[in-house]
Design a protein around this ligand. Structure first.
Ligand code: NIG
Ligand code: FE
Length: 419
């Protein structure tokens, strides 16, 4: 059939229609078609509308047909911030945090990111591919059809390249599309402790050039944080990255208010991420420049920090995206239902806003709002079918997966009924 697929009789076709990030009030409009149908040809959406209007002229025998009567249909979710390729786990650190140690205390005494760096350096490419594939399978089952993945657990040339090559391999062999981000400045190794500027030089001169030459990443990111990399160091690295053709992201204002949001606006980054402590000015600057605010409530939950001010950001005309931040330290979870629960119940976002944040705005955070993130003609046929008749069931069925089927580029790639 080759990507030729029809979904018909959907009780709600939640299109999230649009080709650019949605800011403020626009995040509430999901552009729903009741009793909807979508026609996908060779992986691309060719037609959509009410079933009765859309299908009469179409020879259904040429398509794989899904009858979605009594079911809501949405665009595939876009998880625009993860660190899903890593070696080893840090379950013990989680237990330490339960007993009162903070994330930064564990990092300062040599655990945290560096712990995962050591395991990732040791892991073979095949081991990373196999663990990465399992995580992608799980994400797919939650309705994720595009995921961003970061390096940053190598902090040396070979391992940074290895992580990015693993993602390239998985992108070619797994239905979920992977957008690759170079995060060489994720932490400093022991040898560079206290010489962060020299480490930034190393990343730029020895690693970033090679990543660019081999076209192994589209984005460059940095952990801009007190005790990690300063705003000045972040500015220096990201400017170089931009000159080399990378698009920009920043881990900004996660643990303290440092000015990462302002920097993201200054540099025209595609997104600033975390933003738990972003200042009012930083938020206004981001809204003005159209920088997507990517919020990661799973991390705030897991670290027992207060949540980013999603409501305030939307009310101040920001485009807000939501993502899982799946990683082995601050948030070992790829659960989309958890993100919906936290965003709606604890960040005062509406269900409509949360859906926009995980679809078209997630796509915008990856500079892909023209091709994914909504059910619009010309976009990839990336679609989820829920078990329930309305999108409102997503957060209502708290913490439970409501996705029944996932379609990627017109192919049925996950079907709960058959699992
Ligand atoms: O987004 N904050 C920096 N990086 C990750 C955590 C990485 C880790 O702990 O392994 C984050 O929270
Ligand atoms: Fe992160």
């Amino acid at each position: 059939m080759n990507g030729n697929l029809i979904i018909k009789n959907a009780s709600q076709l939640v299109t999230c229609s649009g080709f650019k990030p949605k800011c403020g009030k626009d995040m509430s409009d999901l552009h729903i078609i009741n009793d909807g149908a979508v026609v996908i040809e060779e992986g691309i959406i060719k037609a959509l509308g009410k079933t009765g209007d859309t299908l009469p002229d179409i020879d259904e025998s040429r398509y794989f047909v899904i009858d979605a009567e009594g079911k809501a249909v949405l665009p595939g979710f876009v998880d625009s911030h993860t660190h899903f390729v890593f070696g080893g786990y840090r379950a013990q650190e989680f237990s330490w945090r339960l007993r009162g140690d903070s994330y930064m205390q564990i990092m300062e005494r040599g655990g945290g990111i560096i712990n995962t760096v050591l395991s990732t350096r040791k892991a073979t490419k095949n081991e990373l591919i196999e663990s990465g594939r399992k995580r992608l399978n799980s994400m797919l089952s939650f309705g994720v059809t595009t995921v961003e993945g970061k390096s940053g657990y190598g902090l040396d040339l070979d391992t940074e390249l290895k992580q990015l090559e693993v993602m390239k391999d998985l992108d070619n062999s797994h239905p979920v599309d992977i957008v690759k981000t170079f995060l060489g400045a994720h932490a400093v190794t022991k040898e560079y402790k206290g010489r962060e500027d020299a480490y930034i030089d190393y990343v730029i001169d020895e690693v970033m050039h090679k990543v660019a030459e081999r076209k192994l990443a589209e984005f460059c990111d940095i952990f801009c944080e007190k005790g990690v990399f300063s705003v000045e160091q972040s500015r220096r690295l990201l400017r170089q990255a931009k000159e080399m053709g990378f698009k920009l992201k920043i881990h900004a204002d996660e643990i303290v208010q440092l000015g990462g949001a302002e920097l993201a606006a200054e540099l025209d980054a595609d997104s600033a991420d975390h933003l738990l402590y972003a200042s009012d000015k930083g938020i206004r600057d981001m809204a003005k420049k159209g920088v997507v605010a990517t919020l990661l409530p799973g991390t705030a939950f897991s670290l027992r920090e207060s949540y980013a001010r999603g409501r305030y950001m939307i009310d101040n005309n920001c485009a807000v995206a939501l993502a899982t931040d799946l990683n082995p330290g601050s948030c070992f979870s790829e659960s989309i239902p958890l993100i919906f629960a936290l965003a709606t119940l604890y960040m005062n976002m509406t269900t409509e806003e949360a859906i926009t944040a995980l679809t078209i705005n997630g796509a915008a955070a990856l500079d892909r709002a023209d091709i994914i993130g909504s059910i619009d003609i010309g976009k990839y046929g990336d679609v989820v079918v829920l078990e329930f008749p309305s999108y409102e069931y997503i957060p209502y069925h708290i913490g439970v997966n409501t996705v029944e089927k996932v379609i990627k580029k017109g192919e049925l790639v996950f079907n709960k009924e058959k699992e």
